[in-house]
Design a protein around this ligand. Structure first.
Ligand code: NAP
Length: 253
């Protein structure tokens, strides 16, 4: 890994949601331009090695700083060190962003109803997209679905409400739908593919998946992405290729 590909940035804040979930912000160099939904490659010096991982950007392309959302992977070389991050620490940032989970990839069908389906830290790119006025102008309906194991893992809920109030002011088609899979009392507690197969998600939201109008993005657990993709295809939706089709995906690890 060539170190010249990276700039050295400084940690500005760290927010701990739970023992295993945290967010951090860092300085953003002027050269780092990205589109909402893209990811950055962040490096950490572990002993003498530079260990690098991909992180979707939480902040919007218009923000002066960069924000990221992370889980502590047990015994993971990167996150087990990253979790001890403190304000003022140095982090390496690869100079260019990556990824194609962006709204710009959709040409057909035209934007109408947008479903953003996340598990865990896969929420990150969607927070970025929702902080772009363009998203709110383009889509008549926006549904953000966020699946976690327990209610304590529901990070960013207040931020989501603030974003909807600020960026979506006057927009009447936004719905935030938490799924808490290990709480049988939760309004929605089955995994995403099941909720799609049995129609419960659409019923809850009051909107159906429609190959003529729907854009759906998936981000998070790779098995969730695969299984949900299959459930959506069974409903007639297609993978977005060269601009055409309904489904776009990103595995989060
Ligand atoms: P997770 O297992 O991804 O669970 C988050 C949500 O996704 C839960 O609601 C879970 O439901 C659901 N889910 C899991 N598998 C699914 C599937 N096949 N279809 C539909 N929904 C599914 O939990 P996490 O806490 O975010 O991450 C768990 C572990 O993943 C971490 O401990 C870590 O080892 C690894 N991870 C690694 C990275 C990385 O960057 N390397 C990033 C994130 C996570 P259930 O409650 O039913 O399982």
């Amino acid at each position: 890994m060539s170190i010249e590909k990276f700039s050295v940035e400084k940690v500005l804040s760290v927010h701990r949601w739970t023992n295993t979930l945290f967010s951090f912000t860092m300085t953003r160099p002027a050269h780092f331009k990205f589109t909402a939904g893209q990811f950055a490659r962040i490096g950490l010096k572990v002993a003498d090695d530079l260990v690098v991982r991909a992180y979707s950007v939480v902040s919007s392309p218009f923000d002066e700083t960069l924000e990221f959302f992370s889980i502590v992977v047990p015994e993971g070389a990167f996150t087990s060190n990253l979790q001890h991050l403190q304000v003022g620490d140095a982090l390496y940032l690869e100079k260019v962003p990556y990824g194609f989970l962006t709204l710009a990839r959709y040409q057909l069908p035209l934007p109408n109803d947008l479903w953003l389906l996340a598990t865990g830290t896969g929420l990150a790119p969607f927070i970025s997209m929702l902080q772009d006025f363009d998203t709110w102008q383009k889509y008549r309906k926006i549904t953000l679905v966020y699946s976690v194991r327990t209610a304590t893992e529901l990070a960013y809920v207040e931020r989501i409400q603030e974003i909807a109030a600020n960026f979506g002011e006057g927009h009447t088609g936004f719905k935030f739908v938490p799924i808490i899979t290990r709480d049988p009392e939760a309004a929605l507690h089955d995994r995403l593919p099941i909720l799609i197969e049995n129609g419960q998600l659409e019923k809850f939201v009051g909107l159906t998946f429609n190959p003529e109008t729907t854009h759906v993005m998936l981000c998070g657990n790779p098995q969730m992405v695969d299984d949900t993709k299959d459930a959506l295809k069974a409903r007639g939706l297609t993978m977005n290729r060269r601009g055409e089709g309904n489904i776009a995906v990103e595995n989060y690890w």
